[in-house]
Design a binder for this molecule. Structure first.
Ligand code: NAD
Ligand code: GLY
Length: 361
C-alpha cells in the first residue's frame, strides 16, 4: 500500500492506494466519527462491491444505510441529489453519520455535495472505483452537480476524511473508462511534471494493458501532484486553476453535446489538444510539442479532435466557465510541456482559430 497526505491543517487526510484495500475495513473504521455510515453508490458499482463492504462494516457494529443511484453523468443533477437526501432522512441519518462514496467521479461529486449540505455538513469518505476518480475527483474536496446550462455549476468545497483507492476495482472498469482516467493522468504531466510526462510516454502501453505496478505508480504520482496543488490553494484562488487544463474547452463539449454524450475524460483530452494548439499559435509550444501531446493522448485511446459544434457555440459555452472574471475568459495554457499558465489576454480570434483547427467535420 502507498500512502500520501493532503496537508490541510486540522482537515488533513490520508490517501491510501493499493490492491484489495476495500476488504481492509480498519482504515475506514478509524476515520468514522460514530458507527454510522451511509454508503452512496450506483446501480453498476453497487452489485460489484457494496455487499461485501456493507457486510464487513456491519460485522464491526456499524449501522449502514445503502443508497444506490442511477448510473451516468446525465443523473448528476438536483433530482438525484434529492434522492440522497430522501434516503438519509428516511433512514434517520444523523450529523455523526459518515457519507461514504463508493464509485466513480459522478457518485463522488454527488455524495460529496450531499455530505457538504446535509444537516449543514457531515463527515465524508471517498472510495473511488474508476481511474479518473482515483487520480483526480476523489482528492481535493470539489463536489458538485451539473445544471442544464453548465457543467459542475452548483457545488461546494468539502474535503473527505479519507481516500481509499483500491486499484483492484479497476479490473472491472471498461477500457473506454480507463482511457478517460488517463486524460487526467496526462494532464498532471503537461501542467507541472515533465519527468512524469516522459514516464507516461514510456509506459502508456502498460497502463492501457492494466499493469498493476504501472497503474499504482501513475495513481500515486497523480495524487501527489494534486495533493501539492490543493495544499497550496484549496479553494482555487490561484494555482489550483491550472488543474483545469483542457477543461474550459472540455466543459463546452460536455454541455454542448448534453451531459453524458462524451465521457468527461474524453472531452478534457480534446480540450487539452485545443489548449496545446492555442499555445502553439501564441508561440510558446512548437509543432513537435503539439504532436507529442496529441500522440500521447491518442495512445491513451483518447480523442484529440472536438465535435463540430461550431467555434461560435464553443465560445458561447466557454463564457459560462467558472474561471471567468468580470466577463473575461481565463484560459489554462502551456508555456512549455510541463509548465502551465493562466491567461486572460488571449485574442478571441486566436481561440476561435485553435478550436477550428481541432474540430472534426
Ligand atoms: P463515472 O462516475 O460516470 O464512472 C464511469 C462509469 O464507470 C460509470 O458507468 C460507473 O458506473 C462505472 N464504474 C465505476 N467504477 C467501476 C468499476 N470499478 N467497475 C466497473 N464499472 C465501474 O465517471 P468518472 O470518469 O469516474 O467521473 C467523471 C465525473 O467526475 C464527471 O462528472 C466530472 O465532472 C467529475 N470530476 C470531478 C472532479 C473533482 O475534483 N470533484 C475532478 C474530475 C472530474
Ligand atoms: N479537477 C480540478 C480540481 O480539482 O481542481
Amino acid at each position: 500500500m502507498r500512502t500520501l497526505n493532503v496537508a490541510l491543517g486540522a482537515r488533513s487526510y490520508p490517501i491510501h492506494i493499493g490492491a484489495g484495500l476495500l476488504a481492509r475495513t480498519e482504515r475506514l473504521l478509524e476515520r468514522l466519527r460514530a458507527p454510522l455510515a451511509a454508503v452512496v453508490s450506483n446501480e453498476t458499482v453497487a452489485p460489484l462491491y457494496l455487499p461485501a463492504l456493507a457486510a464487513a462494516l456491519r460485522r464491526e457494529g456499524v449501522r449502514v444505510t445503502e443508497i444506490v443511484l442511477p448510473d451516468g453523468e446525465a443523473h448528476k443533477d438536483w433530482r438525484t441529489l434529492n434522492r440522497i437526501f430522501d434516503a438519509l432522512l428516511a433512514n434517520r441519518c444523523e450529523r455523526a453519520t459518515t457519507i461514504v462514496a463508493l464509485g466513480g467521479g459522478v457518485v463522488g461529486d454527488l455524495a460529496g455535495f450531499a455530505a457538504a449540505t446535509y444537516q449543514r455538513g457531515v463527515p465524508f469518505i471517498q472510495l473511488p472505483t474508476t481511474l479518473l476518480a482515483q487520480v483526480d475527483s476523489s482528492v481535493g474536496g470539489k463536489t458538485s452537480i451539473n445544471h442544464p446550462l453548465g457543467k459542475n455549476m452548483i457545488g461546494a468545497f468539502w474535503q473527505p476524511r479519507l481516500v481509499l483507492a483500491d486499484t483492484a476495482t479497476l479490473k472491472t472498469l471498461p477500457p473506454r473508462e480507463l482511457s478517460a482516467g488517463l486524460a487526467e493522468v496526462v494532464k498532471y504531466g503537461l501542467i507541472r511534471d515533465p519527468a512524469f510526462l516522459e514516464w507516461l510516454e514510456a509506459n502508456m502501453d502498460r497502463l492501457r494493458a492494466g499493469d498493476e505496478e504501472a497503474l499504482e505508480h501513475a495513481i500515486e504520482r497523480s495524487c501527489r501532484n494534486k495533493a501539492e496543488v490543493v495544499a497550496e490553494d484549496e479553494t482555487e484562488a490561484g494555482a489550483r486553476a491550472l488543474l483545469n487544463l483542457g477543461h474550459t474547452f472540455g466543459h463546452a463539449i460536455e454541455t454542448g453535446l448534453g451531459h453524458g454524450a462524451w465521457l468527461h475524460g474524453e472531452a478534457v483530452a480534446a480540450g487539452m489538444a485545443m489548449a496545446a494548439e492555442l499555445s502553439r499559435r501564441l508561440g510558446w509550444l512548437d509543432e513537435a510539442d503539439v504532436e507529442r501531446t496529441t500522440a500521447l493522448l491518442g495512445r491513451a485511446g483518447l480523442p484529440v479532435q472536438g465535435p463540430p459544434l461550431g467555434a461560435g457555440r464553443y465560445l458561447e459555452l466557454m463564457a459560462l466557465d467558472k474561471k471567468v472574471v468580470a466577463g473575461r475568459l481565463r484560459l489554462v495554457l502551456l508555456e512549455a510541456l510541463g509548465r502551465a499558465v493562466i491567461r486572460d489576454d488571449v485574442a478571441e480570434a486566436e481561440v476561435r482559430a485553435a478550436i477550428e483547427a481541432c474540430c472534426r467535420g
